[in-house]
Ligand binder design. Structure first.
Ligand SMILES: [Mn+2]
Length: 319
């Protein structure tokens, strides 16, 4: 089925329904932007809609109008259908799977199919781009300034300020469209130039621990569970640390191992295109995109790094 047909089908299916929106834990700008943007659009349409993020809206995105309506405890008692945004699997939401039809709107490469109405487009720059395609067809007159600002925030962050390959040319046409709907020139500064002190305290530790391997093709660092308490940082402060690791010239894969829970390490992987990190992370039950992926590995830090390096070694030949 063609993309336009899929969009129309989904709109027809959602029409008249009570809709619940969810996205993943540790939400990034695309998760928060797509949930908030779609929520506000449906509200403008007078739909009964509720939106849930287990970890709430991180402080970087709390400036968005609509952030205050996002709930943290999933309650689907008044919903007919649950739309899963920007997540490859429902389990990524941190909520128990409700007894409702699930529809996935996403651009991650790996993951589950939940219904015939799913819209999964792996070359979309961001999930907000898929939401924008949908709301333009549904009723463009309800894309107001607030909706546009939320969607633009997802677009800006998932393309890392339009430097990622997923920017061309789709993201630029979305950005042009959204800039005509809303004032967006303050959003970059609101997202990127308001880091907390705790972010830098955590970053200092991470940079000090930077380790190189495989002739400097792999660089990694780690955040231990106790680092959070010692620096006053939260999971929101880990966002962006791995960018520093992958920004080093010559490094092909950059990793941040983060111990959110004692003995459970979230592997945040970034690449430059020569290794498919979604497939590499799939070996540990994770997934994502070619150049940005993640997975979880349990055990001591030494074991986790060893396990990851063993998997990495199989791919290093392609470098
Ligand atoms: Mn995304």
């Amino acid at each position: 089925m063609k993309f336009d047909e899929k969009v129309l089908n989904l709109i027809n299916y959602l029409k008249g329904k009570k809709i619940c929106l969810v996205s993943h834990v540790h939400p990034d700008g695309d998760a928060a932007g797509s949930v908030i943007g779609f929520y506000l659009f449906l509200k403008n349409m007078k739909y009964p809609v509720r939106a849930f993020l287990k970890d709430g809206v991180p402080y970087q995105y709390a400036f968005l109008y609509g952030a205050e309506f996002i709930e943290r405890n999933l309650d689907v008692s008044k919903s007919d259908v649950c739309v899963l945004l920007d997540a490859s699997e429902f389990s990524r939401t941190g909520f128990d799977m409700p007894d409702l039809p699930i529809i996935r709107i996403d651009h991650h490469k790996t993951g589950e199919r939940y219904s015939d109405y799913d819209i999964v487009v792996t070359d979309a720059p961001a999930t907000v781009s898929l939401i924008l395609s949908l709301v333009k067809v549904w009723d463009e007159s309800h894309i107001d300034e607030r909706v546009a600002r939320a969607l633009y925030t997802g677009l800006l962050t998932d393309t890392v300020s339009f430097i990622h390959a997923n920017s061309f040319p789709w993201a630029f046409s979305d950005a042009l469209y959204l800039s005509q709907k809303a004032q967006i020139d303050d959003i970059g500064s609101l997202v990127y130039e308001r880091k907390r002190k705790s972010f830098y305290l955590l970053l200092m530790r991470a940079l000090e621990r930077l380790t190189f391997d495989f002739n400097d093709k792999l660089a990694y660092t780690f955040i231990k569970n106790e680092d959070f308490a010692e620096t006053g940082a939260t999971s929101e402060d880990t966002d962006g640390i791995v960018r520093h690791v992958i920004s080093i010239d010559g490094v092909e894969v950059g990793i941040n191992f983060i111990e959110y829970e004692k003995g459970v390490w979230k592997v945040s992987a970034r690449g430059k295109g020569r290794i498919d990190l979604a497939l590499l992370c799939l070996e540990f039950g994770g997934g994502g995109h070619r150049n940005a992926a993640g997975c979880t590995i349990e055990g001591s830090l030494e074991k986790v790094i060893k396990d990851f390096k063993r998997a990495f070694e199989k791919w290093v030949g392609s470098l």
